[in-house]
Each structure stands twice: as C-alpha cells, then as structure tokens.
Design a protein around this ligand. Structure first.
Ligand code: GLP
Length: 257
C-alpha cells in the first residue's frame, strides 16, 4: 500500500489523475476532501487537467474532513475559504453539493451527528483524500482518538496548533478546537488515498511503517483498510529503512491519467 514518488509534483499528477478517472467514470461520485499544504499541488493539478478535459464536476458531491470551531465560512483561515481558493472557485461545481462542517454551529455535538448522517444519506464516501499531521492525525483525529469515533468535536493538541500556526499570524490565533469527520467515516470510505510529502513527515511515516495498528498513531488504522494507498515523496521516505526505500524506489512508477 506504500508507494514512493520522486517529489510532491509527481504525486499531485498521479492523485489528480485518479480523481479525473473516478469522476469521468462516475460523474455523481461522492468524494471526501482534505485541506492542508499537502493538498495544494494536488488541487492545482486537478484544476488544470479538469479544465483541459472540460470535465463535468457539476454532479459531484463532496464532504470535507474538518473545520475549525469559531471560524465562519467567510473567515480567510477557515477550511471553507481554503477550499474555495484552491478548488471550488475554479470549476463549475454545484455549491449545494459541497459540504464542510460548520465551525459556528450553535450545537456542535448535534451538528457532528448531522454531518455524519448526511455522509451516510449520500451513500458514504467513495474516494477519501487524506493528508497526515506530524503526529499522525488524519482529519483532526488526534492521537488517542478511538478508532470507532464518528464525526466529533476535538480539542487540538499543542503539536497540531504549532504545526498549523504557519497558516495563521501566530500560535495564539490557531483555534483550540475543530469539528472532524471521525475515524469511522474515514474507514467506511470505499477507497482512501493518503499523501505525505516533505521532510517534516519523514519521522511519522517511519513510525507508521514500524508500528502495529495503534490509536497512538491514528493513520496506522489504514493498514486495516482493504483499499488504502499511502503515497509519499522521497523526502517523506527518507527515514524508512534503507532496504524498504530501495525496494519501493525500484518498483515501477504508477501511471497517472
Ligand atoms: C491539518 C488538517 C489535516 C491535514 C494535516 C496536514 O491539521 N486538519 O487534514 O492532513 O493538517 O497538513 P499539511 O498538509 O499542511 O501538512
């Protein structure tokens, strides 16, 4: 399930190709979308290809993984704003089919239950994109999150707030909590593609490789998913055992659409 690519661009090329193929064969697909720096080149490449192919995205449904509590969809640092900036504003999506948790919902517990129910009503997620936090979180499911948890409100760890402070003015302005799709919805997705790029992910990728499935490293759960891929670049692979790196690097490169 682990594949090494030369760099972030070649992963973006491959993942955007996977998305294009999925949408071309099923224009009303339900996608699970992720945010973060890792996804920026993926969306940029996808937009480029979709425009070139005049791909119809108007029937797609999407569910984003997470949103910060306390930020409105208009807030420039919200994940809603991120999605508009990097993906939604560039193609003719039907905005009524694009879902993100609402960080301002008056009753966040109730909102989490409704978000989870909405995913199920739409038939569950067919293809879930994931990045990974430096501590192994997926969505905002922090280390220690029970594997069966559905969409919920989470208090962000100091590590996550520090890592994400690069998107804010300083650490103090990073929201303290978020609403995230749970490990349950992620594992129910029919197919999962996790991307990890850059040296800052090398340590957690090596821990993932060495570790059994454990709630202490949330993305180890993907080892139990029948159709999950972990795509990493050479920088993120740099702390893997040498023999593993060599054998994966020798594998034929996957072909991008
Ligand atoms: C954030 C998001 C995650 C994302 C992760 C990695 O905290 N909630 O969904 O995968 O961080 O982000 P980046 O790609 O910027 O390293």
């Amino acid at each position: 399930m682990l594949q090494i690519f030369p760099d972030a661009f070649s992963i973006a090329d491959y993942v955007s190709g996977t998305l294009i193929e999925k949408i071309a064969s099923k224009p009303d697909a339900v996608l699970g979308l992720a945010t973060g720096g890792t996804m920026e080149p993926v969306y940029a490449r996808f937009v480029e290809k979709a425009r070139r192919l005049d791909l119809d995205v108007s029937r797609l449904t999407s569910f984003n993984l997470d949103e910060y509590v306390g930020l409105s969809a208009d807030h420039p640092k919200s994940y809603a704003a991120y999605m508009r900036q990097h993906l939604f504003q560039h193609l003719a999506f039907d905005s009524s089919r694009l879902h993100l948790p609402d960080g301002l919902a008056p009753d966040l517990q109730q909102h989490s239950r409704e978000y989870s129910a909405r995913v199920q009503q739409c038939g569950g997620i067919e293809l879930q994109l994931l990045g990974v936090g430096g501590n192994g979180h997926i969505g905002f499911n922090e280390p220690g999150t029970p594997f069966e948890s559905p969409c919920h409100v989470v208090e962000l760890s100091e590590r996550t707030r520090r890592d994400n402070s690069r998107f804010f003015e300083d650490n103090a302005t990073v929201p303290a909590s978020a609403v995230t799709m749970g490990m349950y919805e992620i594992m129910m997705a029919r197919e999962v593609v996790l991307v990890a790029t850059g040296e800052s992910k090398a340590e957690i990728v090596a821990r993932w490789y060495e570790s059994d499935v454990t709630e202490a490293i949330p993305f180890t759960i993907l080892k139990r998913h029948a159709r999950a891929k972990i795509l990493i670049d050479e920088a993120a692979a740099s702390l893997l055992p040498e023999r593993v790196r060599q054998s994966l690097l020798a594998a034929p490169a996957p072909v991008a659409a």
